[in-house]
Design a protein around this ligand. Structure first.
Ligand code: FMN
Ligand code: SF4
Ligand code: SF4
Length: 266
């Protein structure tokens, strides 16, 4: 195999760290191109299948893939049997009963588009949602994920066939119930606001994957297209963004997975 592409979405940069690590561990044996799902959507661009093997990587939101990822799948051309693999990243890991069906509907969607799904792997990282993990535990999780990248990179490079068994009815039901999150996300986003610490830098509007933040008279205005990715909240340099709704989901001390990866690699 000569070339691999990985289309990925990452809300708070954990999935991005994982796919970059995998790319670096496969290269130079094989060329790996990372392609941003949100940039394809923003630019209204049709994804192209120019490489021999194609991956899709995303975080788990409510036991499933984020809505943005399903929007992206709608744009995919007919796979005509093209081989592909799936990587997902979550707080609990893909093997937990609650997350066990997190790729089930993704696989159905890709099958319908005639993709040959060859391989899948799940990574557990410190969660960016609701429960902060103690620093030592979070760091160990990142170190374990980095080790797992070596094995996963080798399995992708050799196009190993490895898929999770069909999830139990309970796991599939959990994922179906989780679809409520798809509607709750817009409601959550409409309840976001910036406090007096906002310095009108505009970064939140610039970085929002769905462009639902618009600067009005120097102040961010939050629209209805939020996908609950948490990026604006954790990346605001002044920590000025807060949630009026489902405030429990925001980690009090913020979330900076890149610095944990940095520490884990030292
Ligand atoms: C809206 C939302 C829902 C989430 N749902 C789940 C979940 O169902 N299971 C889980 O293990 N982690 C869940 N998480 C945690 C993320 O999957 C995890 O923090 C992941 O590492 C985020 O990846 P990213 O940094 O690439 O966005 C959720 C996070 C968010 C923001
Ligand atoms: S990123 Fe923070 S400081 Fe900058 S405009 Fe947005 S809310 Fe204000
Ligand atoms: S408003 Fe914030 S949480 Fe919602 S999609 Fe945009 S960056 Fe993500």
């Amino acid at each position: 195999m000569k070339s691999i592409s990985i289309f990925y979405f990452s809300g708070t940069w954990g999935t991005e760290e994982i796919v970059k690590e995998i790319r670096d561990r496969i290269s130079p044996a094989c060329k790996v191109s990372l392609k941003s799902i949100e940039e394809h959507i923003k630019a209204d661009k049709i994804p192209e299948l120019n490489e021999d093997y194609t991956g899709f990587a995303f975080p788990i939101y409510a036991f499933n893939a984020p809505t943005l990822v399903y929007d992206f799948f709608k744009r995919l051309p007919d796979g005509k049997g093209h081989p592909c693999f799936i990587l997902n990243v979550s707080g609990a890991g893909g093997e937990k009963t609650s997350n066990a069906a997190s790729t089930h509907y993704v696989k159905k969607t890709l099958h319908k588009k005639n993709y040959d799904i060859v391989y899948e792997a799940s990574f557990a990282l410190p969660s960016n949602w609701a429960d902060a993990e103690p620093h030592a535990k979070a760091l160990n999780k990142v170190k374990a994920a980095l080790e797992q990248c070596q094995k996963t990179a080798e399995e992708i490079r050799t196009q190993k066939r490895k898929l999770r068994p069909t999830p139990s009815v309970i796991s599939r039901l959990i994922t179906l119930v989780g679809k409520a999150e798809h509607f709750g996300a817009g409601w959550f986003g409409e309840g976001l606001y910036a406090d007096e610490n906002c310095i009108s830098c505009g970064l939140c509007a610039e970085k929002c994957p769905t462009d639902t933040i618009v600067m009005k008279e120097g102040h961010p205005d939050f629209g209805k297209k939020c996908i609950f990715c948490m990026r604006c909240i954790y990346d605001c340099p002044e920590k000025a963004i807060h949630a009026r709704r489902m405030a429990f989901s925001v980690l009090k001390n913020g979330y900076d997975i890149r610095s944990l990866f940095h520490e884990a690699r030292r």
